[in-house]
Design a protein. Structure first.
Length: 213
């Protein structure tokens, strides 16, 4: 009986390690989320970047949760709906590009609470409007989810994905949010111009992938 228990424990540990590694690789891949978190950390400080990461992690939890408990439904997911959500993501990133380009640092300092809430909501929306994350989690969890896993186990897997995402982006915020980098990139609105350009470029790339490829 001890051998059976040990085998099940080992299997659970193996699944956990694979999920952690896969989620970390997914979180650390470059993209608009990384750009947004870095930009907020440099412009407004480490806490703003971490708050953006928290909003993003909340979005990740929702997508991971839906993927785990709706694996059967995702197989029949309408691809047109994915394209529509992706198009919304394109428009949102163009909105971010415009907002960031016109951003005034002095105004930000006068509306700290408003800026912090905006940082959180931006992090959540840039994740929530990206349906490709669902496809990613479907590919990940479809390998591990089975009838032997309890409801708590499934919930834990979704929470692990969210926590890893939050830890990654918080680490990025602490790294790029230091005073030396902030003072250099915040001069002459250099950071705003670079971030706006990259958001526009990513938006165009995604739009081409949807309609022209």
């Amino acid at each position: 009986m001890f051998l059976v228990y040990k085998k099940n424990l080992s299997m659970s540990t193996s699944i956990l390690i694979q999920v952690i590694i896969t989620c970390f690789l997914g979180a650390s891949s470059p993209g608009p989320s990384l750009l947004l978190v870095s930009k907020n950390a440099i412009s407004n400080g480490k806490f703003s970047g971490s708050l953006t990461g928290f909003g993003h992690g909340l979005g990740i939890f929702i997508y991971a949760f839906v993927s785990i408990f709706g694996l059967g439904l995702i197989n029949n997911f309408n691809p047109n709906l994915i394209d529509i959500l992706t198009l919304l993501l394109v428009f949102y990133m163009l909105y971010l590009a415009k907002k960031i380009y016109k951003e005034d640092k002095l105004d930000q300092e006068k509306t700290t609470k408003k800026v912090l809430f905006q940082n959180f909501s931006d992090g959540f929306l840039i994740c929530f409007l990206n349906p490709k994350i669902t496809v990613f989690f479907f590919a990940v969890f479809s390998q591990f989810i089975n009838d032997n896993l309890s409801l708590f186990d499934k919930f834990s897997l979704a929470a692990i994905a969210a926590v890893i995402d939050f830890i990654w982006y918080t680490s990025i915020s602490l790294l790029v949010g230091n005073s030396i980098i902030r003072n250099f990139l915040n001069r002459g609105r250099l950071l705003n111009k670079i971030s706006s350009f990259i958001f526009v470029a990513i938006s165009i790339f995604i739009f081409i992938n949807i309609f022209l490829l």
